[in-house]
Ligand binder design. Sequence first.
Ligand SMILES: Cc1cc2nc3c(=O)[nH]c(=O)nc-3n(C[C@H](O)[C@H](O)[C@H](O)COP(=O)(O)O)c2cc1C
Length: 329
Amino acid sequence: MFRIGTHQIDSRVILAPMAGVTDRPFRQLCRKLGAGLVVSEMVTSNASLWNSRKSRLRLDHAGEAEPISVQIAGGDPAMMADAARLNADNGAQIIDINMGCPAKKVCKKAAGSALLRDEPLVADILQAVVAATNLPVTLKIRTGWDRDNRNAVRVARMAEDIGIQALAVHGRTRADRYQGQAEYDTIAAVVDAVTIPVFANGDIDSPYKAQQVLDQTGAHAVMIGRAAQGRPWIFREIDHYLRFGRTVPEPSLTEVRDILSSHLRDLYGFYGDYLGPRIARKHLGWYLQTVPGSDPFRQAFNRMDNAQEQLDSVLKYFEQLIEQEDQAA
Ligand SMILES: Cc1cc2nc3c(=O)[nH]c(=O)nc-3n(C[C@H](O)[C@H](O)[C@H](O)COP(=O)(O)O)c2cc1C
């Protein structure tokens, strides 16, 4: 399919980094269901914060499929270099730099996509990180600062010259935040301008859309964010369609129950008895988004603080849904 450094990536659909979502249980689930690459949540480049519980959980890669890609964010070249080294010592195999996230400020300095406005600083950061590690370094950007300043092509060329080995481009500017539709023409222009693998990102939510964006841009892969929330099987659906030109059936209720209950168990195991049930609530809400009439159950689930109680209630709820479906058939 394509390579990042020495790592062969075997699927053209990859998971977008999403702080607060793409924790280890979710990444492992997406890999299992067909994502070729997952990127772990951003950890601040300020290593003095690494002893917090949140950072420790984010740094935990135990049992993850390789290659382990870790995203770093920040606006200070020396600190970013340190973060790259520390992450490498902690098991990262790819370092991903976040210049794609609209709202983050790290250490009171511009970070994420805010950096795109300052190309010399972008160059300094990329050079510092590439020089700090032997690992492949990848970069995630938006198409530019705002619609009058779409500098993705310039940034991409510069990144390739500096030694960045793959580039993810979200088809919006920083000023767009998440409004409007992602556009893919700028991503196509980036693909034309560089030889490194480019991943197209933004609003891709189905196998057809994935194929259309790949055709339009010539990108090596599509990167999926929000559409994977509560629908991790989207990777299997897209991967299969891109390989064989045919769709796979939607998962049955029984399979959704099995995926969800195993996801919940992993969340409880990873976060423990207190945090686990709290984190589980938002994931359950996403899984139930497409289940009509599920609101009362979701509300009841959200009131439960106990992992076993949550799990039992999900199994019972799905048992009812499956029974109803059988009766209707
Ligand atoms: C909740 C959430 C958290 C995000 N966190 C990050 C992040 O930490 N780093 C990053 O580069 N992008 C982050 N993003 C942006 C996504 O990676 C992606 O570029 C964006 O959601 C567009 O893709 P989509 O339309 O497939 O969701 C985040 C997006 C969401 C919705």
